[in-house]
Design a protein around this ligand. Structure first.
Ligand code: PGA
Length: 254
């Protein structure tokens, strides 16, 4: 964690929880994290549970995000949801370019760029995900792949827009596998991302950018990851589904 950067702990629920389950989760989480003021806490339910989560978290220190967004504001795009719609619903955040969307739904770096820009345009903070596959890591292509994802995904944004987003580095081989990146592996890529952002958008934007780590984060490994100078938070899948384990991650300082 670097100086002046407020950590972000975000839960990505993926395709889990109904509205009733989201509300029950929120009721359990609120008292467990109400004392935390030095971090931003975010949960990202499926679209259908957003309103129940938002309602149950009203007046709390827990913010709500969506898991995807389309770049057009409205139109004949069956099945899609736009950034202004998410904003109006009460979301503050939206995950963009998660590796599951890239791998299972064909999302490209160009689509990620359009989605991030649309989210920012509507006043949402995108959590832009990047990360290499196991084959790419084994071929020593990690920094190339992540570099391309950052250049294409964020290269067209202004310095001012950069201030409104966070990046999540999620090695694909660490997602849902229990194989967390070592703090050194995470730090190496986080540092490379920050240098690249410095090159593209300048030192102030790079210094302020929060870079989250994601991939098998749990209460037992979050503190070590957060001790790295360029790890400014976590994007948590499996371990964010129980209020108890997500609260333990949010309270990593002890
Ligand atoms: P995981 O998922 O924590 O279950 O590995 C992380 C993510 O996909 O964002």
């Amino acid at each position: 964690m670097g100086p002046g950067r407020k950590p972000v702990l975000a839960g990505n629920w993926k395709m889990f929880k109904t509205g009733a389950e989201a509300a029950a989760f929120a009721r359990e989480l609120r008292p467990r994290v109400s004392m935390i003021h030095d971090a931003e806490i975010v949960v990202c339910p499926p679209f259908t549970a957003l309103s129940a989560a938002l309602q149950a978290l009203t007046g709390s220190n827990v913010q709500v995000g969506a898991q995807d967004v389309y770049w057009e504001a409205e139109g004949a795009f069956t099945g899609e949801v736009s950034a202004p719609m998410l904003k109006e619903a009460g979301c503050r955040w939206v995950i963009v370019g998660h590796s599951e969307r890239r791998q299972l739904f064909g999302e490209t770096d160009e689509a990620v760029a359009r989605k991030a820009a649309a989210a920012l345009g509507a006043g949402l903070s995108p959590i832009v995900c990047v990360g290499e596959t196991l084959a790419e890591r084994e071929a020593a292509r990690t920094l190339d792949v992540v570099g391309r994802q950052i250049r294409t995904g964020l290269g067209g944004l202004s310095e001012e827009q950069m201030a409104g987003l966070v990046v999540a580095y999620e090695p694909v081989w660490a997602i849902g596998t229990g194989k967390v990146a070592t703090p050194t592996q995470a730090e190496e890529v986080h540092q490379a991302i920050r240098s690249l952002v410095r090159e593209i958008h300048g030192a102030p934007a790079a210094g302020a950018l929060r870079i989250l780590y994601g991939g098998s984060v749990k209460a037992g490994n979050v503190a070590e990851l957060m001790s790295q100078p360029d790890v400014d938070g976590a994007l948590v899948g499996g371990a964010s589904l129980s209020a108890e384990s997500f609260a333990a991650i949010v309270r990593w300082r002890g």
